[in-house]
Design a protein. Structure first.
Length: 157
């Protein structure tokens, strides 16, 4: 008579890694598509003030940013310690450059989006209001009347 028995061959089979490269490339593609690169290199220090009642802006493509604050440590030798205005990657040397900046931003947009354009001011919390008032005057001259002040959300304990 034949003997039937279980042959124990050492446990579970090995896990197949054939689909592993597909998964890795799918994750890599996802992160490449969903990640946004920083468009502007900040040359000034911007530590925005805190606020409790804030609203998130929806369409960020319609927003032009103006940064106001002291230059960072690497740019103090070139620009000094006084508050400066940064438009995209360029530190403005004259207030008249704000009007040119707004005009160039309008030209980049579609005709239908120009009335919806908004200017967001990212101002360091230690900056005096004199320079902010000067920037707002230049924005009025450029007919950029929709202004937003960027803040951080205040943590309420």
């Amino acid at each position: 008579m034949a003997k039937f028995g279980r042959k124990n061959k050492g446990g579970t089979p090995a896990i197949s890694t054939a689909s592993l490269p597909d998964i890795v490339f799918m994750l890599l593609f996802f992160f490449m598509v969903s990640t946004t690169m920083r468009e502007v290199e900040l040359k000034i220090r911007v530590h925005t003030p805190e606020a409790t009642e804030i609203k998130k802006l929806e369409k960020k493509s319609l927003i032009s940013y103006i940064y106001i604050g002291q230059p960072t440590k690497s740019y103090i030798g070139k620009y000094g310690t006084e508050p400066r205005i940064q438009l995209n990657d360029v530190i403005a040397t004259d207030l008249e450059e704000i009007g040119q900046y707004i005009t160039s931003e309008r030209e980049k947009m579609d005709e239908a989006d120009v009335p919806l354009m908004m200017t967001s001011l990212k101002i360091d919390d230690k900056t005096k209001m004199g320079i902010v008032v000067d920037v707002k005057q230049q924005l009025r001259k450029s007919q950029a009347l929709k202004i937003n002040y960027s803040t951080r959300k205040k943590l309420v304990k």
